[in-house]
Design a protein around this ligand. Structure first.
Ligand code: AMP
Length: 267
């Protein structure tokens, strides 16, 4: 499974990525963590990006693309990965597509964590307070001014990816302001494996009726009707379509169905 989590700083990408790692046995690839490690180790890359990161601007595409190219070639990424904080520009997204194409791989989907900016700022301010209360050091970019720059960078450089992935039919949006467990349930629902079809003596019509899962699992109210599987669907849309239309039960049962109803929206 290969996924991207998309959303502004503080949207909860890191937490959700860790949960996906635990559930699917994949690796979390966070460019922010990798860059911070480079800064801490004082590598040439680290020295190059330190000031940029402290200001809250985006690091150069070539740097992050080469970090990711190297990382996804490692054996532990073979099973799949969740990208957290990458790509952040359309150029990075295109570079990722080329990388995956060369390896004969596809993305399974892109989850956009939709958030309200005002609430986000309050969330980050409370995270800062909690970190200080625990006596832990703050990240340099955990600062209201830097946060503004980071949000601005998100709006200008990263938000265009929403359109990019929507066009590719890979985008799924989730309400990132919902409680964490609901967000997790909504993401799990999106990527729930299709249930194997039971072979029985029942008529095809009866089976067809049983297979209509959308209402049963409570698809988002304003979700468009599920598209019919095109005869020649490209691999990635087929995957996304299948998980949306055939998943009979969300992985976590009824709670997830309710959560998904509230939180998952197909855009
Ligand atoms: P994060 O922990 O993902 O919020 O990233 C922290 C900082 O690392 C960002 O504010 C950027 O300066 C830098 N960074 C992380 N990922 C990227 C990326 N994909 N492209 C450019 N800069 C990045």
């Amino acid at each position: 499974m290969r996924l991207i989590l998309l959303g502004p700083p503080g949207a909860g990408k890191g937490t959700q990525a860790q949960r996906l790692v635990a559930k699917h046995g994949i690796v979390q690839l966070s460019t922010g963590d990798m860059l911070r490690a480079a800064v801490a180790a004082g590598t040439p890359v680290g020295r190059q990006v330190k000031d940029i990161m402290d200001r809250g601007d985006l690091c150069p595409d070539e740097i992050v693309v080469s970090i990711i190219a190297e990382r996804i070639s490692q054996p532990d990424a073979k099973n799949g990965f969740v990208l957290d904080g990458f790509p952040r520009t359309v150029a990075q997204a295109r570079a990722l597509e080329r990388m995956l194409h060369e390896k004969g791989l596809d993305l399974d989907g892109v989850v956009e964590l939709k958030v309200d900016e005002g609430q986000l700022i309050r969330r980050i301010e409370s995270r800062i307070k909690q970190t200080l209360a625990r006596g832990e050091p703050l990240r340099k970019d955990d600062d209201p001014e830097v946060l503004k720059t980071r949000l601005d960078a998100y709006r200008r450089q990263t938000a265009p990816l929403i359109h990019h992935y929507r066009e590719k039919n890979l985008l799924r949006a989730v309400d990132g302001m919902a409680p964490m467990d609901e967000v997790t349930a909504a993401i799990n629902w999106i990527f729930a494996k299709p249930q194997p079809q039971k072979t029985s003596t029942k008529s095809a019509t009866a089976q067809k009726t049983k297979q209509k899962p959308a209402k049963a699992v409570g698809r988002a109210k304003n979700a468009k009707p599920a598209p019919r599987e095109p005869a020649k669907a490209p691999a990635r849309s087929a995957k996304a379509g299948r998980s949306r239309t055939v998943a009979k039960k969300p992985a976590a049962g009824k709670t997830a169905a309710k959560a998904a109803k509230r939180s998952a929206k197909r855009r």
